[in-house]
Design a protein around this ligand. Structure first.
Ligand SMILES: *Cc1c(COP(=O)(O)O)cnc(C)c1O
Length: 427
């Protein structure tokens, strides 16, 4: 064990792309009862989202029915391209979960971030006797609610996308919002937020520092609520709803998932809440028939390091000499959530790392083959099917890459990313 771990840490230090299989993995039925979150909690979260549909439908008509959900695409051309590029066979289907298309925030953060803002708004309105669970929540769009919420502030630390989802949703409800942005946050994300009336505070340092400062500033204001990406059960539950909803979507596509038809899911991972919540929801639905893997940049393998060493948030990528600098801004996290790490300890099948240059080449391939544009972070999972096909060689598998963001990226920046991808391909 010790030996294996030091080998792994050496590979991480050398920035080598590597896959780790979790030696502590257990049957989900065994683990489930020991976890601090239950299926009932996830169902409760789904019900809360359902209560808000009549409101969401009014303020974000692009959601159509007020449900914030994304489709799944079959990407068989991309599969062929990958098989050719890597000179390897990928056994089974290759599909893409399109959280890049999630309404309102254009990333997976539209699940957790928006859920937590809605829950907070509901609690405040109920405590002040402005709202009851049985009400039609479309009344929240009335001015008197905006006025009420304007007495309260919501704050969050973010590498970009969490700030977008929380900022957009909170501002719509009428809250004052402060987003504490790390240095990796893209300029266009800051500008978009400011255009919505959100206060953006910039830090020269990384994500952990932005969170720490945000938390401090929020704590001194009794009317301020801090959304804590490193420890939030609410964010996790919002993401988990995405996991449980996936089951129905796969059924509708006639994609079988059972003992003979395993589902492999590859989730880009930053601090861990997004992929952790989704993986947890999927495990609730499919147990051991789903195998979840987290994907991280070689410069920021925070969760992998935390899990493999068992140290969780007591170790950071900087501690092993890495710089936490990556083009995958959504994944530029040096220290993982211990709350999520502990839930994943016996639940996650494994994790792997991917080089930044390869993110860009997958990005360009996906545009060329499928006309699908997603942001660099969202491509981290694509190395998964390549790794997994080395050890799972049955045609009845399904490989699902979870795309985590992209639809809000401005056109000029899309072009830059695409050019970068073409370039890296020619190297
Ligand atoms: C935030 C984010 C992730 C990862 O989610 P975490 O909760 O930070 O692990 C992945 N991809 C994108 C595009 C993101 O914005």
């Amino acid at each position: 064990m010790e030996n294996k771990n030091s080998l792994l840490v050496d590979e991480l230090k050398e920035l080598k792309e590597t896959i780790w299989f979790n030696p502590k993995y257990k049957n989900f039925a065994e683990v489930k009862e020991t976890l601090p979150i239950s299926y009932e909690d996830v169902l409760d979260a789904e019900e809360r989202l359902n209560r808000f549909t009549s409101y969401i439908k009014i303020v974000f008509p692009s959601t159509m029915d007020g449900i914030i959900e994304s489709p799944i695409s079959k990407i068989s051309n991309m599969k062929k391209r990958m098989e050719k590029n890597y000179n390897k066979k990928i056994y089974g289907n290759l599909i893409l979960k399109r959280d890049d298309l999630l309404p309102i925030a254009g990333s997976i953060k539209a699940r957790g971030g928006i859920y937590e803002v809605l829950k907070h708004a509901e609690e405040l309105a109920i405590a002040n006797e402005l709202l009851k669970y049985e009400d039609d929540y479309s009344i929240l769009a009335e001015d008197r609610f905006k006025e009420f919420f304007s007495n309260y502030t919501i704050q969050v630390g973010s590498t970009g996308n969490l700030g977008l989802s929380i900022g957009i949703m909170s501002a719509k409800l009428g809250f004052k919002v402060v987003v504490h942005m790390s240095s990796d946050a893209r300029q266009w994300k800051k500008e978009l937020l400011r255009s919505k009336g959100v206060k953006v505070v910039e830090y020269a340092s990384d994500y952990s520092k932005a969170v720490e400062e945000g938390r401090k500033l929020s704590d001194v204001d009794p009317n301020s609520y801090f959304i804590d990406d490193e420890n939030s059960k609410n964010l996790f539950l919002g993401y988990a709803v995405g996991g449980i909803r996936t089951k129905k979507q796969l059924e509708d596509m006639d994609i079988a998932v059972d003992e003979d038809h395993p589902l492999f899911v590859y989730l880009p991972c930053g601090v861990g809440g997004g992929p952790g919540g989704v993986a947890y929801g999927l495990k609730l639905m499919y147990g051991d028939d789903v195998q979840c893997f987290f994907a991280e940049p070689t410069h920021s393998p925070a969760m992998l390091l935390g899990l493999a060493t068992g140290l969780h948030d007591k170790i950071s990528v900087e501690d092993i000499g890495l710089d936490n600098k990556t083009a995958a801004d959504g994944l530029a996290v040096g220290r993982p959530s211990s709350f999520v790490g502990k839930i994943m300890e016996e639940t996650l099948s494994g994790a792997f790392t991917i080089d930044d240059e390869r993110l860009y080449s997958f990005l360009a391939d996906l545009v060329d083959e499928e006309d699908i544009y997603i942001e660099p972070s969202a491509l981290a999972g694509f190395l998964g099917p390549i790794f997994v096909s080395d050890f799972y060689k049955n045609e009845n598998a399904t490989h699902l890459c979870w795309s985590t963001g992209g639809s809000l990226v401005p056109e000029s920046i899309r072009k830059e990313y695409y050019a970068e991808g073409k370039n890296s391909r020619n190297k």
